[in-house]
Design a protein around this ligand. Structure first.
Ligand code: SIN
Ligand code: FE2
Length: 225
């Protein structure tokens, strides 16, 4: 944009077009937030998501403690994550439909792979993608992602829709947490020495997203087995 009363310089003229390297926030030694990394893929991600949800609709699961989660869940990929009164587990069958989980769409795989690579984890091939839906007021208590068989691969987490305040803690539940605002298109990766850090999501505030409405959708990609 041209500033009033000044002669435009080359920099001013190209300020709007110059390709900006995507912003990255480092939130741990092996943890990163890649701002807007999913945006170039949005037009492929949303229809792929819709197709997955037709076959494996969102549901509010019950925790082993008997509490119904405010976050609604689905999955795609070889393994889906479920919880019920008996515990948490990965399974190849969606207990709600009795069918295999929908295949992981190619565009999901591409995004997970490129985000992991950007964080230093080349050749990530996730076999599970959990899909979380948060409506305003929904939250996710601090927890570790530890139902996977090994921890050598990172977790790749994609945010879509209305914003969230992500909490990124330490290796003990009582450790201090960083508050990390996440917006449509942001991708968080945590792995290596950070793989088992506690994390959660504060209650989602009322908002509306032009494409997704009053909801936040989150994908987390893992190597479960
Ligand atoms: C999760 O920890 O499973 C989801 C995190 C998020 O929704 O950002
Ligand atoms: Fe998690």
């Amino acid at each position: 944009m041209q500033r009033k009363g000044t002669t435009p310089t080359t920099l001013d003229l190209f300020a709007d077009e110059a390709p900006q390297p995507p912003a990255t926030d480092r939130i741990g030694p092996q943890s990163f937030v890649f701002r807007g990394l999913a945006l170039p893929l949005i037009d492929r991600l949303l229809p792929a998501l819709e197709a997955v949800l037709t076959r494996a609709p969102f549901r509010n699961m019950v925790t082993p403690g008997g509490y119904t989660m405010s976050v609604a869940l689905s999955s795609c990929g070889q393994f889906g994550w479920t919880t019920d009164r008996n515990g948490y587990q990965y399974s190849t069958i969606d207990p709600q439909t009795g069918q295999a989980w929908p295949e992981m769409p190619q565009v999901f795989m591409e995004l997970a792979r490129s985000a992991a690579e950007a964080a230093g984890f080349a050749d990530f091939v996730p076999d599970a993608c959990l899909i979380n839906r948060y409506v305003p007021g929904a939250k996710l208590a601090l927890h570790q992602d530890k139902d996977e068989r090994g921890y050598q691969w990172p977790v790749v987490s994609v945010s879509l829709g209305i914003p969230a305040m992500f909490l990124f803690g330490g290796h003990a539940r009582s450790d201090a947490t960083q508050k990390v605002p996440l917006f449509h298109g942001d991708v968080v990766v945590w792995g290596g020495e950070d793989r088992l850090r506690y994390h959660g999501v504060m209650p989602i505030r009322q908002a509306e997203h032009p494409q997704l409405g009053e909801q936040r959708i989150n994908f987390t990609f893992r190597k479960a087995r």
